[in-house]
Design a protein. Structure first.
Length: 355
């Protein structure tokens, strides 16, 4: 029923755009609309009804698709997109943001339909989550919280261990709790913590290091995302001040995540605090991004973003300040935009932990 409701919402958009159908070829969007989790498929959503819509995959997924896509007419053929266009007519939108020039040539020759660029329609639907999606995200966040707590309680972040060992330990704990990591875990110690997307290395953690952990868990295909920065031993004044600054900026960003507020204004609320402290040049990425079936998806919280915050959008808020050669701090939560404010889903303390 959830997927049927999503397709019904999409049909209203197709009718408004005067499209007779939409050819969906992005596998994430196909999963969202039809429930299919295989590696090869296409979906033709008719603007009038599910009865005239069709799902296509190849022989390998015939049995799987019977279970995952029981509520749409199915075609077993390949190439899937061409097969669905052979009998299509009228104005058919296609996902021009994912279709290559070479693939488009084949689609144009597939049948009589007039192909119309229609980028990002499904992604706009995905930006606002339904209760089931939020439950999956909440579960994913809870697993990430638990895994990190277990790692800290076991002394897993300590001098002498390597970045690589700590990252593997954290990933293993998420897997033991029933989830896959959402992405390659970022574990950065000392000067490496000033590299926003540092990949773990054999570098050993040392007393006095800032240690930044950016990680998440995946449940039912939905990705959580969280960053915490700790210090090994007693923090230096500059480390405590830097962490406090980022924490204030993160709080301002969360408080600005209100229904109706432009995403650019949310970004500005946090960025102004960092800039006022003289570190504007050391915060060079956007404030956050949507989370869901993809770890980075609409809406994006950045100065250039056209998005407006809506209820039940799920976004991260993650300011960071990075001092090259010294260290950096990022604090990130995953949460939901609610009518009464930003509901935090990642519940691990944001206070500076000294380990």
């Amino acid at each position: 029923m959830r997927r049927a409701n999503r397709r019904a919402a999409l049909r209203a958009w197709l009718q408004a755009a005067e499209l007779d159908a939409l050819l969906v070829t992005d596998l994430v969007n196909i999963r969202y609309l039809a429930g299919f989790t295989g590696s090869n498929a296409a979906l033709l959503i008719d603007a009038e009804s599910d009865d005239a819509s069709r799902f296509c995959t190849d022989f390998r997924y015939q049995i799987q698709s019977e279970t995952e896509v029981p509520d749409l007419p199915r075609v077993i053929d390949r190439p899937c997109d061409v097969a669905l266009l052979r009998d299509a007519a009228g104005r058919v939108g296609f996902e021009s943001h994912v279709v290559t020039v070479e693939a488009l040539t084949g689609l144009e020759q597939a049948g009589p339909a007039e192909l119309v660029r229609a980028p990002g329609l499904v992604e706009q639907l995905r930006a606002v989550k339904d209760p089931g999606e939020i439950d999956s995200l909440r579960h994913a966040c809870a697993i990430a919280d638990t895994a990190f707590a277990e790692l800290v309680d076991a002394g897993g972040i300590r001098p002498g261990r390597t970045e690589y060992e700590v990252a593997l330990d954290l990933d293993h704990r998420m897997r033991m709790l029933g989830a896959e990591p959402s992405f390659t875990t970022i574990l950065a110690a000392g000067a490496n913590s000033a590299i926003p997307h540092h990949s773990p290395t054999p570098v050993e953690l040392r007393v006095g290091d800032l240690v930044k952990a950016d990680f998440g868990a995946t449940v039912d295909g939905y990705h959580s995302d969280m960053t915490r920065t700790v210090v090994l031993g007693q923090p230096a004044d500059w480390q405590r001040d830097l962490h406090g600054l980022v924490l204030r900026a993160q709080r301002a960003g969360r408080e600005a995540c209100t229904v109706g507020n432009p995403a650019a204004e949310v970004d500005r609320a946090a960025r102004e605090i960092v800039a006022a402290a003289g570190h504007g040049e050391h915060f060079g990425h956007g404030l956050g991004h949507g989370i869901g079936l993809v770890i980075h998806e609409d809406p994006f919280l950045a100065a250039s973003s056209p998005a407006i915050m809506e209820a039940d959008m799920c976004v991260t808020v993650e300011p960071g300040v990075y001092l090259p050669g010294r260290g950096g701090v990022r604090i990130e939560d995953s949460g939901v935009v609610r009518p009464d404010g930003y509901e935090i889903l990642t519940l691990t303390t944001k206070e500076l932990l000294t380990l």
